[in-house]
Design a binder for this molecule. Structure first.
Ligand code: HEM
Length: 421
């Protein structure tokens, strides 16, 4: 008799091998709100290395239940213990996290979100189209000229960094700082980035906020057409967030708008390299780009989960949940739920009915969704003529993270049969 290897959804190392879709399918069928014991994680602090183990949590794996919990923020709170799986260690950590929009509940959440949401409406994002398209074309042209590339750093990371630098009114040269900061914060459990070092995490937070404060002061003196300048102008009119709130919003945009879009693009390229039939279909019919972007969002699900905390005893998908319990919403599983998606483990770039939850749902629905879609679409359009000639030159490497579905290295070469290549 063979036994399946035990899989821990909480263990960052698990995802370095790949997303455990088999385990998610089993849970959806057998135990859709399953109790997950957490694993020991090493944390390096001022007092040396200590292992730390979270409280354990309910893993919500079916589409309908992820949707229901996301739409019920009074019961499934983002502010209570934050939206990240790792428990805040101290009261101070919790308070600091709560300054980020993503870790707020109404009414504070509604007020701060309103201050920034105008910049992310479809109409506002449409104004960024030429800028995004120009950056995508330039990034692809540079990569094709280099021929030997790492798809992650040379293509996937570059576009969101350039777009964010312009959007946030930063000098483009400073995008390397954005790259390092978000790697340190998101790659907290990966030895190549944060390595569980609390000092690195806190230092990065402080450094990035100091940069934001300087940027806000600079834009107040010398305004431009960027988001920070516009929010500073709104403050002068008696509206808008305080400087501290603005700094926190800025930091959230740096993290949320950077890694996520990077992993969507690298995951899409990796999927196209694995599936030449779907690649050829897309190359033959560029009109498929919009449905392809939605399918890549479903397929990759760059943010695999966000966390909530139950504010009272409740029942979710037939399971009793106690007040104070940690509840983790697995978008990565919901997006492969066969009761919602026909043939969910097949990449179908023309998929019509695709209500994926890659951007979450409910009051915290991703503010950057239109922008991320536009970046992915323009990157695909710029890459299309070169895709047939693109080949892997080495294995992918993946991030050790239970949060992001992240490829960290994808060596490849643009070939002579790649159109202009
Ligand atoms: C493919 C790319 C992206 C993915 C998969 C993604 C995913 C998500 C998800 C799942 C949430 C929901 C959080 C929750 O319910 O707790 C979220 C929220 C958010 N996202 Fe994105 N995101 C992406 C790109 C972006 C971009 C480009 C930006 C901005 C430039 C952005 C800014 C935000 C912000 C500010 C929030 C918090 C909204 C709130 O709490 O009200 N995201 N994102």
């Amino acid at each position: 008799m063979t036994h399946a290897r035990a899989v821990s959804l909480a263990d960052p190392a698990e995802y370095a091998r790949g997303v455990p879709y088999g385990e998610f399918a089993r849970l959806r069928a057998e135990d859709p709100v399953a109790w997950v014991a957490e694993v020991d994680l090493v944390r390096h602090g001022a007092d040396g290395a200590r292992t730390h183990r979270g409280t354990g949590y309910w893993a919500v794996t079916r589409h309908e239940a992820v949707l229901a919990a996301s739409r019920d923020p009074a019961v499934f709170s983002s502010a209570e213990r934050g939206a990240f799986l790792a428990d805040p260690r101290t009261r101070e950590d919790l308070e600091r996290n709560r300054r980020l929009l993503i870790n707020m509940d109404a009414p504070r959440h509604t007020r701060i979100r309103r201050a920034v949401s105008g910049a992310f409406t479809p109409r506002a994002v449409a104004r960024l189209h030429d800028m995004v398209r120009g950056h995508a074309a330039a990034v692809v042209a540079r990569a094709v000229a280099a021929r030997d590339v790492d798809v992650v750093t040379d293509l996937a990371a570059e576009l969101p960094l350039l777009v964010l630098a312009d959007l946030l009114g930063m000098p483009r040269e400073d995008r390397k700082l954005l790259f390092d900061w978000s790697n340190n914060l998101v790659g907290f459990d990966d030895p190549r980035y944060g390595d569980g070092r609390i000092d690195t995490y806190r230092r990065t937070f402080v450094e990035a906020l100091r940069y934001a404060a300087e940027l806000i002061a600079r834009r107040r003196r010398d305004p431009g057409d960027d988001l920070v300048s516009r929010m500073v102008a709104a403050q002068a009119g008696g509206e808008g967030p305080t400087d501290a709130e603005l700094g926190q919003l800025w930091l959230l945009l740096v993290i949320a708008g950077n890694e996520t879009t990077r992993h969507l693009i690298s995951g899409a390229v990796s999927a196209l390299l694995d599936d030449p039939a779907e690649r050829d279909r897309l190359v033959a019919d560029p009109g498929l780009v919009p449905t392809a972007v939605e399918e890549f969002l479903r397929w990759v699900t760059p943010v695999m989960q966000f966390r909530r905390t139950a504010t009272r005893d409740t029942v979710l998908d037939g399971r009793r949940i106690g007040a104070g319990d940690k509840v983790v919403l697995y978008y990565a599983s919901a997006n492969r739920d066969a009761s919602v998606f026909a043939d969910p483990d097949r990449l179908d770039l023309g998929r019509r009915d695709n209500p994926h939850l890659a951007f979450g749902i409910g009051p915290h629905f991703c503010l950057g969704a239109h922008l991320a879609r536009m970046e992915a679409a323009e990157m695909l359009r710029a890459l299309l003529p070169h895709l047939p000639g693109l080949r892997r030159t080495g294995p992918d490497e993946r991030m050790r993270s239970n949060f992001m579905n992240a490829i960290t290295r994808l060596p490849a070469r643009f070939g002579a049969d790649g159109g202009l290549g």
